[in-house]
Write a protein that binds this ligand. Sequence first.
Ligand SMILES: *Cc1c(COP(=O)(O)O)cnc(C)c1O
Length: 358
Amino acid sequence: MHKKLFIPGPVDVREDVLQKMGTQQIGHRSKAASALQKGISEKLQKVFYTNNTIILSTSSGSGLMEAGIRSCTRKKVAVFSVGAFGDRWYKMAKSNGVPADKFSSVAGQPTTVAMVDEALATGNYDVITVTHNETSAGIMNPVKEIGELLKAKYPEVLFLVDTVSSMGGVKIEVDAWGIDVCITSTQKCLGLPAGMAICSVSERAIAAARQVENRGLYFDLVELYDYVHKKDHQYPSTPSLAHMYALDYQLDRILAEGLENRFARHLEMAKYVRDWAQKNFALFVEDEKYLSQTLTTIKNTKGIDVSGLNKQLAERGFEISNGYGDLKDVTFRISHMADYTLDEVKELITNINEILGL
Ligand SMILES: *Cc1c(COP(=O)(O)O)cnc(C)c1O
């Protein structure tokens, strides 16, 4: 039996979107491929609220995270981490020989404007990375406010943001917030199969990257950017055309739903799960301002057997997520992203209540 995935990615993909993955191949150097990829870029610019160049990568989101940090850092990068995915960015820097310092928040706390200000006041950094929506902790960081700080005091510092588990589910205004490289994946709020990463890149990020000597090749942002511009939206190597077809189709669905409606639906689902969690358990993130709108991390205050719950949910056709890393069993996570409806979330919660006798 298929289990409905309420894990923070991958999530269920609607049947009609899945079918687009089976579209017959076309030549990746054809005019048709250019037209397909140009159309996708224009639609993604709307979702990202940007006029920046859109780059697609046949990899998961981590590929473009590595591309960003390696291609853009000339001097040193300040990595702000509130959990597993912030830590991942730091590991990427270290393993690529990119000079980096990590600034971690106390567990459950956001990256604050004050932390960024203090780090940048040293003058040591030309790039910062921030996780918009940390999927391990269920924290949404104040990216807009951090962007305002950069504009006011550190306009030369490049702003790289991981929006892997929030883009398409929460309004992220790339241009208004001054994000230079904004990265996401297909398998989270966009509601597509895993296997493609997406980012927007600013002109000044590319200008900075041109000064970096060793950017690698497959994940070189400059190589990708130049190809998109010189070869009419094509890519240096063969992309996943299956994803291109599904993405193009799903973006039409997303824009037809209406971005504001989509964001409101995500918030409505989030509020329902939060209310349930607060009534029966507690939220891992205490300050409501920083709660993720696409997944909820719940403190296991009742000491329930999370794996046991998941086994019983499986028999009923559902799956939720245990806590990530150190947070396993002391927290568990329910995602409410992509194309799920409030009714589907309610159905999940009803089943959990029945199993736990709540
Ligand atoms: C899932 C996730 C990633 C990793 O994305 P992949 O597509 O699996 O490489 C990075 N950051 C965040 C916040 C995520 O949720």
